[in-house]
Design a protein around this ligand. Structure first.
Ligand code: ZN
Length: 492
């Protein structure tokens, strides 16, 4: 044995002197080394076990749930994965103090520490949170994503792409563009090394229509006036050779709506069209009287008014609601009067409650008129007139909006410039009402008279008004969609 130890010290394995030994001696040396190694391992294991036991007995334990190294995407919210803590089998998780913040708007490594103190002993664990950017930048194109159209005989302008990264923002300047065969290749890499490559096939073709714009898409012309086509601007992506054809007849001697079609065509045959609406209006008729009746129809008053109008051969305009019988609306229409829309409910809180509410209410009375007469009406009178301030209580600014919106929806609205005051609670007699009107008539203006066919005194006044008008050289007419609007100043 002593000899073996001597051998082991004297001859290190694989040294020159070791190689000279015989097999038996070599085996002895190996065995001795192995014994020494085993003893070391056993001591080490006993040490570890003792340490672990000591820890278990005198230190609280912390166990982290989930991974100890967590990767978090940039801008993603960090959510604690959880932990538990115990001391000699007793749950003391609630005593764990967690420290450390993760700012996911900044790339980098963050530490979360978990610490628990119990019976004078402290245990600490840490978790690493890495905020990373692994999202690729995006390359987008203003036109087709798959195909790249370049004007014939032209060069690529490198101006139709954009690269945006979730972390770096706009990195269009970093895009590398190369022509590879019949394709254009776009490559970009963000600061975190995420790379995006997109390819587009190249076509030397003009596929875009020219853009055509008119100065006015709706033109009003007075009957008999000269109509001139609007000026237009035409632009094409590839060529200056663009032809514009204009077609469609406008007869300015006949009131009505006409269409003029503007058609632009480029060298490659791409076409764009705009249709212009030309409305030939009645000339402004000074000295004409438009008798207008709101709020009806109503049995017992509207029918008597219709009788008088018929007897005196005068045409008027009725702005109706959802009240009264359909028969009276049919009769107005059959006897040549104009029918306009006053709203169905005439309830200010409803019609001026919101823009949608106004148009919903208008649609009800519009459908009624269309059902009874077979014709849609485009004439409007706002309850209270366009100058009303009541609407402010329900929706500030609504009249400013509605007065424009009704026009863009193809309606025309008519206020008044003579108020008969027949709606003022039966305060005035038929003679007084007649006087209010006749005293304001003028040969130098269009006379738009506000009356209400639901009022009892009104029917007694109109005979007098008509007789006065006729005796003093005035004419009577009904409003048509080609009648110039009479409007008040909007106050809301
Ligand atoms: Zn009214």
């Amino acid at each position: 044995m002593k000899k073996d130890r001597f051998l082991s010290r004297r001859y290190r394995p694989f040294s020159r002197s070791f190689r000279r030994l015989n097999d038996l001696q070599k085996k002895r040396i190996y065995r001795l080394r192995f014994q020494k190694f085993t003893v070391c391992i056993v001591f080490l294991m006993v040490g570890v076990c003792l340490l672990a036991g000591y820890q278990m007995l005198f230190f609280p334990r912390i166990k982290l749930l989930g991974s100890r190294v967590v990767e978090l995407e940039y801008q993603e919210k960090y959510e604690e994965l959880g932990y538990c803590s115990s001391y000699r089998g007793k749950d003391i998780s609630s005593k764990v103090k967690v420290k450390g913040d993760v700012d996911s708007s900044k790339l980098g490594e963050y530490q979360i520490t978990y610490e628990v103190q119990y019976h004078g002993a402290t245990t600490t664990k840490t978790r690493i949170v890495r905020v990373v950017d692994s999202v690729k930048p995006k390359i987008t194109f203003s036109a087709s994503r798959k195909k790249l159209y370049i004007c014939p005989d032209s060069k690529y302008l490198y101006d139709d792409y954009q690269a945006v990264d979730n972390y770096d923002g706009d990195i269009t300047k970093k895009v590398k563009v190369d022509e590879v065969g019949d394709k254009m290749r776009y490559q970009v890499e963000d600061s975190a090394g995420n790379k995006t490559v997109v390819e587009r096939k190249i076509y030397y073709q003009d596929v875009e229509s020219p853009t055509l714009t008119l100065d006015n898409e709706t033109v009003l012309v007075n009957k008999g006036d000269y109509y001139q086509d609007s000026s237009y601007q035409v632009l094409d992506n590839c060529t200056k050779e663009v032809s514009v054809e204009v077609s469609g007849d406008v007869n300015t001697n006949q009131v009505g709506e006409y269409e003029r079609k503007y058609r632009a065509k480029d060298k490659a045959g791409n076409v764009s069209e705009i249709v212009q609406k030309v409305i030939v209006m009645e000339p402004v008729k000074k000295g004409v009287i438009y008798l207008t009746f709101d709020d009806g129809p109503r049995s017992g008053t509207t029918d008597i008014i219709l009788n008088i109008l018929k007897e005196k051969n005068v045409k008027a305009t009725f702005f109706v609601t959802s009240g009264g019988p359909d028969d009276l609306i049919k009769r107005m229409y059959d006897e040549g009067h104009s029918i306009g829309l006053h709203t169905a409910s005439h309830d200010y809180s409803v019609v001026y409650g919101s823009i949608d509410s106004y148009f919903q209410d208008l649609a009800i009375v519009s459908d009624r008129v269309e059902k009874v007469t077979g014709q849609k009406s485009y004439l409007i009178r706002f309850p209270g007139g366009s100058s009303n301030t009541v609407s402010k209580k329900y929706t500030p600014g609504i009249m400013s909006y509605l007065t424009k919106e009704v026009l863009s929806r193809g309606y025309r609205y008519y206020d008044w410039n003579i108020d008969s005051r027949d709606a003022e609670g039966g305060k005035f007699t038929a003679d007084e009402i007649s006087n209010f009107v006749t005293s304001k008539l003028s040969h130098d203006k269009v006379n738009m008279v506000l009356m209400h066919d639901v009022k009892v005194t009104t029917k007694d006044a109109i005979g007098k008004i008509i007789d006065y008008g006729k005796a003093n050289g005035y004419t009577f007419d009904a409003i048509t969609p080609y009648t110039d609007m009479v409007v008040q100043r909007v106050n809301n």
